[in-house]
Write a protein that binds this ligand. Sequence first.
Ligand SMILES: C[S@@+](CC[C@H](N)C(=O)[O-])C[C@H]1O[C@@H](n2cnc3c(N)ncnc32)[C@H](O)[C@@H]1O
Length: 217
Amino acid sequence: MRSKLRQQATFVKQFGSRFETTGSLIPSSRFLARAITRYVQQRDDAAIRVLECGPGTGPFTDRIVRLLTPGDAYHLVELNEHFVEVLHERFAHEPHWQQAAEMSEIYQLPLQDFEPKEKYDFIISGLPHVNFPTAMVEAITAAYFNLLKPGGMLSYFEYMYVRPIRKMVTLGSDRQRIREVNTVMERHISGHRVRRESILLNVPPAWVQHLQSDVTS
Ligand SMILES: C[S@@+](CC[C@H](N)C(=O)[O-])C[C@H]1O[C@@H](n2cnc3c(N)ncnc32)[C@H](O)[C@@H]1O
């Protein structure tokens, strides 16, 4: 079994070689994992469809697999082949993951290219939006809402004050990009947010944003 330490080492290595898409130096904490999966935890007995975007080494997955019951569907979309390998190993060897293995599928591709046959009740995203070009953030946020059922919940995190701080300290064309990304994110937040949580026990501290798609969409 790949130990926690080896998972962390894989993460640090990917941060070094693929900073833009990895987005953080270490995996998220269990406190962040609890908060971001809050609405999945509040599910009722009906079967649910869950999509996780950018699971990395699986800190949120480790929580989600415990909340699934037979009949559910759980899809994971991850770009990085090294993380995909870690996820396959965890589904093969860790007891809670094994229990959810039959209803789970891992797709190695960018979220913006993912075209599933059915929509989802819950989307949990770990994507580092603030690192991406504006057009990609537009594509990703559009994908989230296309992929959600009416009334479905999107939960994602961002590091506290990173957007406002980077907006102030960044220079040149990147400053313009940060401004635009900020505008895109704020537009979605203001139209759809149901709750924001502050998670201090994470490195760095983070906000979890919970957004709900329109019930009539
Ligand atoms: C900040 S890490 C989060 C990993 C994990 N969820 C956590 O919280 O520790 C971002 C993850 O998103 C993945 N990623 C980045 N861009 C992506 C994209 N366009 N589609 C799918 N996955 C992507 C990265 O490879 C990485 O695993």
